[in-house]
Design a protein around this ligand. Structure first.
Ligand SMILES: Nc1ncnc2c1ncn2[C@@H]1O[C@H](COP(=O)(O)OP(=O)(O)O)[C@@H](O)[C@H]1O
Ligand SMILES: [Mg+2]
Length: 252
């Protein structure tokens, strides 16, 4: 399988004089693969996600997108759009004055250079694909629920025709009943479109529903990675054992 993202000895930090918060990470994402990055709060998951999307430059090492480092990819190159992020809080990531339809059609117009009319048609289709239709698509963010807003964010990401969706705690702000719906939607979309999914979550129950492969982080390091079913069944590091035991202690 072809690799869409590869990190090599990746270290990341904030500010020049501070210690790195992610160190020596080697992970890869293949086309169509579903990966989950897990680890306790502060372990560096979101920092790694920013580097995968090219919004945080490496302190050392590289992140390659289809074989090219982010530093060599120009603003106008198609690779620039190939990794799209879905954030935890859809309300703050959407323009409060734009309707769902306007938000998504703007993306089709700007990114795919579709005419306004074609962009509207493409946006209706993308919104329909994420389960939004009827009068809902003419609402601004404050008229939509958290789950509906997250669907708008996903539709907007689809306008970029990405190879990878990176969902950073994308369901953490939603009601429990809605979380699984959004996760199932993401899985359906990536499977039907051949995209890869990088799911970042502190919720191991949700992770287990989705991931083919698991990357376990602790204090900025990858302590274990491999086939998800294998790690869920018999983690080989003490840390992964501990993390899974605490998550599944009360499982039926
Ligand atoms: N913008 C930032 N500036 C400085 N430090 C940050 C910033 N964002 C995160 N950190 C620090 O980096 C470490 C990893 O954080 P983060 O990647 O958000 O972890 P996680 O997503 O696993 O909870 C933490 O110690 C956090 O305080
Ligand atoms: Mg985080």
């Amino acid at each position: 399988m072809s690799e869409v993202i590869v990190t090599r000895n990746l270290s990341l930090g904030y500010g020049k004089k501070t210690a790195p918060v992610v160190e020596d990470v080697n992970v890869s994402v293949s086309a169509g693969e579903k990966i989950a990055i897990v680890g306790e709060s502060g372990s560096g998951k979101s920092t790694l996600a920013k580097a995968l999307c090219g919004t945080l430059a490496p302190r050392s090492g590289t992140v390659e997108i289809q074989g090219r480092p982010w530093s060599a990819i120009r603003r106008t190159d198609p690779e620039r759009r190939s990794v799209q992020m879905i954030f935890q809080d859809p309300y703050t990531s959407l323009n409060p004055t734009m309707t769902a339809l306007a938000t998504v059609s703007e993306a089709f117009h700007v990114v795919q250079h579709l005419s306004r009319q074609k962009a509207l048609a493409a946006a209706r289709e993308a919104l329909n694909d994420v389960g939004l239709s009827g009068d809902m698509i003419d609402r601004v963010p404050r008229g939509l629920s958290g789950g509906q807003l997250q669907r708008v964010s996903i539709a907007r990401a689809l306008a970029c025709q990405p190879d990878v969706l990176v969902a950073d705690e994308a369901t953490a702000s939603l009601d429990v009943s809605v979380q699984a719906q959004i996760i199932r939607l993401l899985v359906t979309l990536v499977e039907t479109r051949g995209m890869a999914l990088v799911m970042i979550s502190h919720d191991l129950h949700l992770t287990r529903m989705v991931a083919d492969r698991l990357v376990v982080m602790r204090k900025g390091h990858v302590v274990e990675q491999g086939e998800a079913s294998r790690i869920f069944e018999s983690p080989s590091t003490a840390y992964a054992q501990e993390l899974l035991a605490s998550a599944f202690l009360d499982a039926p």
